[in-house]
Design a protein around this ligand. Structure first.
Ligand code: NAD
Length: 475
């Protein structure tokens, strides 16, 4: 039994990450104590507060964990779920630290959680709980543009982020940078265009990059490219829905979608926006025309496919179902969807696993852009859009004089267009995901590391060590 396992032989969620960290540490020669410092959770704030719901007073359990202060502010989402517990939030905070390092965003990792089921609570009460949680964070100095900046996660979105911002502003009036206290806000309240779909788009960019690596594709018996690849996605929330839409648009075939209540399957492919409309109208993905229902939702993970994207919750692929997984590639859109035991089984089967600490980093990357926008108080593209359009107009004149062929209105529009905020955000995200992918692969090759997860951890730990060294903390 490893030192990370408990008496029953299984791992806590935090131990799972420690196990991955320890595997990577074998490739790093630095004093053991320093690695222990990187691994440890710096601050854990567990709170209980009362909220009047109807005629009753309910005691709400909530957390904010700051895993690492090697860079400030700390950054990480807030989730609302009945499964929230200290171990889970500590683990998710640690993942944020490693993730931020991989994609070069200057934050320490954090995470928050409130133990509630948002599906059974009215929006008025969710607002009350969110505002009270924010004021608890303010009281203990656990939120602020330079301290700790939350974002959306499982069960939360723009609505919750704007309540957090409003509460912060009302208690910190006069703080000129208050907008930067939280990211994932609506665009009308200081959000950045492209944040909502950023994590799903990042998942798409990461998997697209992998599908263009000949060696990897041949190793799992697939052709190069995304077109025609059969994909299954679990979780049709913020991350899963957008990832599914981008895959669908790129020519991949979404053969199954799984939600809480069951899954739907069509070998020829599902139209993602039509499924989403069906879900909106009926409150369930089941009974979608031209698809078969699968009652036991977890069975969808075991269907024959090329790429499996778990985008719901952690630990969904474990030692009891790993052997039945038939996917050749698994893209971890969710945090921690594969347990260490399952990881070993899948590794032996030759499945390529694209790890969460890289693949779902699109959200924090664009959150970083939002934070920068808020601190600079200027929209992306505002300074250069007109200038670029004027330069492009000059280019167009030159093209017209040297090119005999007439230029269509569409071509003219394309040439003249200056960069909008959404263009800049998406290009920054694409560049980040492509660079991150190749840095992990180069390290995997040069150190002869067996899989992407360990290589991603090595990359991340090395970057954290660098920043500690720069601070003069480590000898
Ligand atoms: P979300 O709440 O928007 O969506 C989650 C979806 O999963 C919901 O539609 C829910 O009904 C579904 N679901 C729940 N249990 C399920 C089950 N057993 N089987 C199938 N579907 C199930 O959450 P999200 O923001 O999309 O986050 C999903 C995952 O991605 C989480 O692990 C989160 O930590 C991770 N993540 C999210 C972001 C982000 O920007 N939102 C960033 C990085 C990582």
């Amino acid at each position: 039994m490893s030192k990370n396992q408990n008496k029953t032989g299984s791992y806590s969620f935090f131990n799972c990450i420690e196990k991955n960290f320890d595997k990577a540490a074998q490739f790093i020669s630095i004093e053991k104590g320093l690695l222990e410092q990187i691994k440890a959770c710096n601050s854990v704030y567990r709170m209980h507060f009362p909220v009047k719901i109807g005629k009753e007073i309910k005691v709400i359990e909530a957390y904010r964990v700051q895993h690492s202060h090697h860079k400030l502010p700390c950054k990480g989402g807030i989730r609302y779920s009945m499964k929230v517990n200290q171990d889970e939030i500590m683990t998710l905070a640690a993942l944020m630290t490693y993730k931020c390092a991989i994609v070069d965003v200057p934050f320490g990792g954090a995470k928050g959680g409130i133990k509630i089921d948002p599906q059974t609570i009215s929006s008025e009460n969710i607002e009350k709980i969110t505002r009270r949680y924010t004021s608890e964070l303010i009281k203990k100095n656990f939120i602020g543009p330079g301290i700790d900046v939350p974002a959306p996660d499982y069960g939360t979105g723009e609505r919750e982020m704007s309540w957090i911002f409003d509460t912060f502003l009302s208690l910190r009036s006069g703080d000129v940078d208050a907008l930067a206290c939280v990211t994932g806000k609506p665009v009308s309240q200081g959000g950045v265009r492209g944040r909502k779909e950023a994590t799903g788009l990042g998942v798409f960019y990461g998997i697209r990059e992998l599908c263009h690596v000949k060696e990897d594709m041949y190793s799992v018996g697939l052709d190069v490219g995304l077109v025609g690849k059969k994909i299954i996605i679990q979780g049709l929330g913020n991350v899963g829905y957008h990832a599914a839409s981008f895959f669908h648009e790129s020519g991949a075939i979404i053969i199954a979608l799984a939600e809480r209540e069951g899954a739907i399957y069509n070998e020829k492919g599902l139209n993602v926006s039509k499924v989403f409309l069906h879900l909106k109208n009926n409150g369930s993905i089941l009974n979608f025309p031209e698809a078969k229902n699968i009652k036991k939702t977890e069975k969808a993970l075991e269907l024959e496919c090329d790429i499996l994207i778990p985008a719901a919750l952690e630990n969904v692929i474990h030692k009891n179902n790993a052997n039945r997984i038939k996917a050749k590639i698994i893209g971890e859109a969710a945090n921690g969807p594969i347990t260490p035991e399952a990881d070993e089984i899948l590794d032996k089967k030759g499945v390529i696993i694209v790890p969460d600490i890289y693949l779902n980093a699109g959200g924090v990357t664009v959150s970083y852009f939002e934070w920068l926008k808020n601190l600079s108080h200027v929209r992306y593209g505002r300074m250069e859009k007109k200038f670029r359009e004027n330069v492009n107009a000059e280019f167009l004149k030159v093209i017209k004089t040297v090119c005999k062929k007439p230029i269509s209105i569409e071509e003219k529009k394309m040439i003249l267009r200056g960069p909008r905020e959404i263009d800049l955000v998406r290009s920054g995200l694409e560049d980040t995901m492509i660079n991150g992918f190749h840095k992990i692969c180069d390290l995997k090759k040069s150190l002869k590391i067996g899989n992407m997860r360990t290589a991603a951890f090595v990359l991340s730990i090395n970057k954290i060590i660098d920043s500690y060294e720069r601070l003069g903390i480590f000898p």
